[in-house]
Design a protein around this ligand. Structure first.
Ligand SMILES: Cc1ncc(COP(=O)(O)O)c(C=O)c1O
Length: 401
């Protein structure tokens, strides 16, 4: 191989692994070990002190997981990566590392319900002040930043209502106050967006979603500078959460990464077609999809992302019943599309945030987050797009009667 910078797919398949150093094994071995033998006491001491690189206990590092970490850092254009047992493991380990009692943080007004619960109901128990601000409103954000919070945290696109936040602009304002910027890039994936390139300090992922892509693992990843990720590994992961990724999960994620580009292209293509079909159905009130040229986030999505992604949400009109009842009726009529939480899988998944993932938020909290109780979220899969649409259409037609 030449030293020329490799493309996304090449890195997703090869980066960080030399087969010939591993008996020629094409696929990285799965090191199912919790601990590592030292040559002598001196070596053990050197490993513990960090003087000698190398593994000493799998709650801190593991050779299989390390290959995934090296590869994923490359794809996210970051210096370093740490892997976790779940997306929540990544988020909590990063924040427990960086925060202390008395700190203030700013979070966007919409986010995945468990992240929101961790921030608003978890961190606040330990003396951390959490303020919600609409990060699409840069004036409001600039005002909130005047108090110099420790960090700001947001998703883009947001789960579940597809708001987009301008990573570059938010970062520029935050840097004036020395505030760290953390972005949850789960919806976009590094195939469509690299927040680090746009100035973010740390990027977190639920790798359970598109990175795995096959609905068979729970996993998380975080990337950032060498220094910060080392702190996250040795403080948040090792001593505070212990949310360690297993070597088998790392193997499954490396398998997922090999097809991330192909899957994302197909997710994007199918989603664009379904969004335009939905927009013409008489029962559909509004489609939340940034690929639509009339969507308020279309321009930003075109600049910030390399495609519009595989997620959308929509609300339904209702004649006699309320919107929520119409939505429930529609979802109960689906035959192929699976009624399930999570996203980014080969299977098209539909869920109703107000009664499922965001039911943990109070109606007031949902309203503040801009989550309509009639909102339906769709993760468009890799099935033939006409089959996805036929199923949706028959369910919409029935619910409309
Ligand atoms: C945007 C986002 N971030 C984080 C998470 C949490 O990830 P996990 O379920 O892997 O813990 C999720 C889960 O749905 C999510 O959608």
């Amino acid at each position: 191989m030449t030293t020329k910078e490799k493309g996304f797919s090449t890195s997703a398949i090869h980066h960080g692994f030399e087969e010939l150093e591993q008996h020629g094994s094409l696929i990285p071995p799965i090191y199912m070990t919790s601990t590592y033998a030292f040559k002598n006491v001196e070596q053990g001491a050197a490993r513990f002190s960090g003087e000698e690189p190398g593994h000493f206990y799998s709650r801190i590092s593991n050779p299989t997981v390390e290959i995934l970490e090296t590869r994923f850092a490359k794809l996210e254009k970051a210096e370093a990566c740490v892997a976790f047992a779940s997306g929540m493991g990544a988020i909590t380990s990063v924040l427990w590392t960086l925060l202390q009692s008395g700190d203030e943080i700013l979070i966007d007004k919409t986010m995945y319900a468990c992240t929101f619960a961790f921030m608003q109901h978890g961190l606040t128990k330990f003396g951390i002040n959490v303020t919600q601000v609409d990060m699409t409103n840069l004036d409001d954000l600039a005002k909130a930043l005047l108090s110099k919070p420790k960090l700001i945290f947001f998703e883009t696109p947001t789960n579940p209502n597809m708001r987009l936040i301008d990573i570059k602009l938010v970062n520029a304002i935050a840097k004036e106050q020395n505030t760290l910027v953390i972005v949850d890039n789960t919806y976009a994936t590094p195939y469509l967006c690299n927040p680090i390139e746009l100035g973010a300090d740390i990027v977190v992922h639920s790798a359970t979603k598109y990175i795995s892509g096959h609905g068979d693992v729970i996993a998380g990843l975080a990337v950032g500078s060498h220094e910060t990720m080392q702190r996250v590994r040795l403080e948040g992961l090792k001593d505070m959460t212990g949310a360690v990724m297993t070597p088998l999960t790392a193997h499954q994620l490396m398998r997922g990464l090999k097809t991330l580009n192909l899957r994302m292209q197909k997710h994007c293509e199918n989603t664009s077609i379904i969004a335009s079909h939905l927009a013409t159905h008489p029962l559909v009130e509004f489609v939340y999809y940034p690929g639509d040229t009339n969507n308020p986030y279309h321009l930003l999505a075109s600049e910030q992302m390399r495609g519009f992604g595989g997620m959308l949400a929509f609300t339904l009109k209702s004649k006699s019943k309320n919107k929520l009842q119409t939505g429930i009726q529609m979802m109960n009529q689906l035959k192929m599309i699976r009624l399930a939480v999570s996203l980014g899988d080969a299977e098209t998944l539909i869920q109703h945030p107000a009664s499922m993932v965001h039911s943990a938020c109070s109606p007031e909290e949902r309203q503040k987050q801009g989550i309509d109780d009639g909102l339906v979220r769709l993760s468009i899969g890799l099935e033939n797009v006409e089959d996805i649409w036929n199923d949706l259409k028959q369910a919409l037609d029935k619910a409309g009667n």
